[in-house]
Design a protein around this ligand. Structure first.
Ligand SMILES: [Zn+2]
Length: 315
């Protein structure tokens, strides 16, 4: 074991969970040296580690309204390592969102990171390793975490949310970009309702009494939140993919809206629309005005999905 690790990789893939698992394993009372890959889970040490109650575990992270880890928190670390462990083999320090340490905090951590007492193990957890000071980066050993694949996400969901239907799970996984935390938040947050709303709004653009583009944009942008806007664009992207897939006979669907969109649009225009969806996402990420972006994008969708009927929607 190295004395200092930097766990880096995308958000929500289990870096913090793994840090706790490692802390549990290192101190498990039942562990014959180098034999197990996990703690026993039942000894007092494992129990205290897993419930974060262990006196030899210190977790540091931004607290309250603060978005940074300040020097006071790191002083606590120096104080913590000065004493021998109460009862564990190793004192474990986990610094979550380590890139949020202020410069003073980082500098204060350097000494501990450089020459920690023999019984100390430090784990920095970050999804933005480039924002760590070089001096911090050079003193830790990197462990790279990756996005989780769909199979792993589904098996985790089957354990955590066995009551949720498969369609919702599959949709959440498609949108979550390999993050179990995002997958779960999509499910708990009603992802299917927002997908259905997106369908409905697209449909009303081509109905007999079409909604105006700005009415449609307002319906989709109920929340001013940028994450919400990005999610709706992701739904539009998936719908577009389904329409194109159906046109190319790569996928089947019983969804009458997808069939209808596919019958009324030209394939080359669907391809163009894909680039416009990507561009819309970029604009939202670059702090563009979400209402304007949505009005523009919905206009493009309305045009594309009505090419063969030549209906126009007035704005
Ligand atoms: Zn144990």
């Amino acid at each position: 074991m190295h004395h200092g690790y930097i766990f880096r990789g995308p958000e929500g893939v289990g870096k913090q969970r793994f840090a706790i698992t490692l802390a549990t394993l290192l101190n498990c009372a039942a562990r014959p040296e180098f034999k197990f890959i996990d703690g026993c889970g039942t000894c007092p040490s494992c129990h205290k580690m897993q419930t974060l109650q262990h006196p030899d575990l210190l977790i540091v992270e931004p607290t309250g309204a603060s978005t940074t880890i300040k020097i006071d928190s790191i002083r606590q670390v120096s104080k913590f390592v000065r004493n021998h462990p109460y009862e564990a083999r190793y004192q474990i320090i986990i610094i979550n969102d380590a890139h949020r340490m202020t410069k003073e905090a980082s500098n204060s951590l350097l000494k501990t990171l450089e020459e920690p007492p023999a019984w100390v193990r430090i784990i920095l957890v970050t999804h933005r390793p480039n924002q760590l000071l070089n001096t911090i980066r050079s003193r830790g050993q990197f462990v790279q975490f990756k996005k989780l694949n769909e199979k792993v996400l589904m098996s985790l969901l089957n354990k955590a949310h066995s009551d949720v239907d498969r369609q919702t799970k599959e949709l959440a996984i498609k949108l979550a970009e390999g993050s179990i935390a995002r997958t779960i938040s999509f499910i708990e947050d009603g992802v299917l309702e927002r997908r259905d709303l997106t369908y409905e709004v697209l449909h009303t653009l081509s109905a007999d009494n079409p909604k105006t583009i700005s009415e449609a944009a307002a319906l989709l942008l109920k929340s001013k939140d940028r994450a919400h806007a990005t999610e709706i664009v992701d739904h539009l992207q998936l719908i577009l993919r389904d329409v194109a897939g159906y046109q190319m006979e790569l996928s089947r669907t019983e969804n009458p809206l997808i069939k209808n969109f596919a019958q009324n649009s030209r394939f080359d225009a669907l391809c163009d629309l894909k680039y416009q969806v990507d561009e819309a996402k970029n604009m939202i990420n670059r702090n563009g005005n979400t209402t304007l972006v949505f009005e523009w994008l919905l206009n493009e969708f309305a045009d594309t999905f009505q090419q063969k009927t030549k209906q126009r929607v007035t704005t």
